[in-house]
Design a protein around this ligand. Structure first.
Ligand code: SER
Length: 541
């Protein structure tokens, strides 16, 4: 069954059972405690907490999610992905444990002709939280699961929270037995590779306070008992499509196929190249979805998440032997496979491509040289008898060669070294302080004027509208990053923008330049700190 069909069936099943279908929210969480949406329930959090009244008692969605804590496991295991889709059904003070369990069982085990997923009930195993007698009783007596296929697990596995203060509760998971070729018997409590978790039913009842891991206080009850469930679409696809891991399902495999074609490396040829192909597939999918939702590569927050995964994808393509830019074609495959479910990707293709291409171009320029710097530093550290890459080398790699610190950690790790992260962070802070001090005094340099002249030749002089207006609508006719023309820029970049008309007064005649903002059609905002005319008549913001 195709991924798109799994999604359609999910939504239809719950809609027919009184749930309102809610479209996936953007990955950019509208929640100050979260960078990116990491579970289907996130958009519903105010309803669980009783901060807002839900317009429905039951809802269902297929939500785009990103999780990065296990990024280094991607490609090495069956089921770690940074991007995935979580199918969910939610009850806000309506049905509770029994309703959730019976609905889940019905959808999983009813035949495909009857609209279900047609899984063999004998292969389904259940886990419940260690003291949740009620859940065990429901699975056994109401649903009819044999007691030997119900197991109890502790807080780590069967208690769910968002990782931050908020709603939480015990949960119950449904796992699928992939069979003896995937390892020893004994149920999900002993073997989570063979018995793959597919669906998590959370009995959302309590509010948790701050704490590390599962060590937090329960502050009290939620205003009502709720249900939050999450089924991993890609995991179910893996089972229904009879493939061995998540990267081989229809939507991901298409990206692997393209990467094979671009590099000439066959999937299945060797373990290390298989891992690289899977990383490329996962990370390119995540990158396209992130850019689609308006994230641009940068050095902080979401921008950093995107930069890190994009650069990992580019590096893995290089490891596979790719020569030159490849990201454009990979982006196209992702859009082709995901566009039916997310039509906005198709509509926004040009922008997504240009952001991805710009990031690839920037990284490719320095990847080879940076890798040499890193290898040399590793050799030096080793011959000095040290297992630690010095902080100044990590800083150099970041600052000059654009290596995200996590990439340096990983590449050093591959050669058996750790990195002096404290030293790295100290140097980063010193640099930030210096930059702040400089910014006040800074004036644009204009050593090489040819890029500005080219814009002037093509677009003519800038029309100045500032004698009568303080705002204007205009067209970008030139963009420079680091003094050279660039097709796109990303969050956090210092850019020079040339417009066909502008209300900004450029420094001259003894007057300082205007400051203000440019709002671009894409929604991006550029802070204008200075305006200069390096070439007469051409205003550079
Ligand atoms: N919130 C739960 C999870 O993320 C169930 O949706 O697993």
């Amino acid at each position: 069954m195709e991924s798109a069909e799994i999604r359609r069936r999910w939504l239809r099943f719950f809609e027919e059972r009184g749930h309102t279908v809610v479209p996936s929210a953007s990955l950019i969480a509208d929640d100050p405690t979260l960078l990116l949406i990491n579970a289907g329930m996130v958009p519903f959090k105010p309803y669980f907490l009783g901060e807002a009244t839900p317009p429905y008692k039951r809802a269902t969605s297929v939500q785009k999610c990103i999780r990065t804590p296990d990024i280094e496991e991607v490609g090495k295991t069956t089921r770690h992905g940074t991007f995935f889709q979580m199918c969910g059904n939610f009850s806000f003070g309506d049905y509770f444990k029994e309703g959730a369990a019976t609905l889940a069982w019905e959808l999983l085990t009813s035949t495909q002709d009857a609209g279900g997923y047609g899984l063999d009930p004998e292969r389904l195993w259940i886990t419940v939280y260690e003291d949740d007698d009620e859940a065990e009783r429901i699975w056994r007596d109401v649903v009819g699961v044999p007691p030997e296929r119900i197991q109890r697990l502790g807080k780590e596995e069967n208690y769910w929270d968002m990782g931050v203060p908020g709603p939480c509760g015990p949960c119950s998971e449904v796992s699928y037995d992939r069979g003896p070729e995937f390892g020893e018997a004994g149920g999900p409590a002993v073997n989570d590779e063979r018995y793959v978790e597919i669906w998590n039913l959370v009995f959302m009842q309590y509010v948790r306070g701050p704490g590390k891991g599962k060590d937090y206080p329960i502050l009290g009850d939620l205003p009502q008992q709720n249900i939050d469930t999450g089924l991993g679409l890609e995991r179910l696809a893996m089972i229904l499509q009879g493939v061995h891991n998540m990267y081989e399902i229809d939507t991901s495999r298409a990206v692997i196929d393209k990467a094979e074609e671009l590099t000439g490396v066959r999937y299945g040829a060797a373990d290390h190249s298989d891992v690289s192909l899977r990383v490329v597939s996962d990370h390119m999918r995540a990158s396209v979805m992130l850019i689609g939702d308006g994230v641009t590569p940068g050095n902080e927050g979401r921008g950093y998440v995107l930069r890190r995964i994009m650069r990992r994808a580019v590096r893995n393509m290089k490891l596979l032997g790719a020569d030159g830019p490849v990201v454009g074609e990979l982006v196209d495959v992702v859009i082709a496979t995901m566009g039916e479910q997310y039509p906005e990707l198709v509509a926004d293709r040009k922008r997504i491509e240009s952001v991805a291409l710009a990031e690839e171009a920037r990284f490719l320029k320095t990847l080879k040289a940076g890798t040499n710097v890193l290898d040399t530093a590793v050799t030096e550290a080793r011959s000095a008898g040290s297992g630690v890459l010095p902080g100044d080398k990590a800083f150099l790699l970041h600052d000059t060669w654009g290596f995200p610190i996590d990439l340096t950690l990983e590449m050093a790790g591959e050669q058996g070294l750790t990195v002096d992260e404290d030293g790295f962070r100290r140097l980063m802070k010193e640099q930030r302080d210096r930059a702040k001090a400089d910014a006040a005094a800074k004036k644009t340099g204009h050593a090489d004027l040819s890029a500005y002249r080219e814009v002037a030749d093509a677009a003519g002089a800038t029309e100045f509208t500032g004698y009568t207006h303080t705002d204007a609508e205009s067209t970008v006719v030139g963009l420079l990053v680091g003094g050279v023309a660039a097709p796109a820029a990303t969050e956090g970049d210092e850019v020079e923008v040339i417009l066909d008309r502008t209300p900004f007064y450029a420094e001259g005649g003894g007057q300082l330049a205007d400051t203000g903002r440019l709002r671009l059609g894409s929604g991006a905002v550029v802070e204008v700190r200075d305006v200069q005319q390096p070439v007469p008549g051409v205003s550079v913001h």
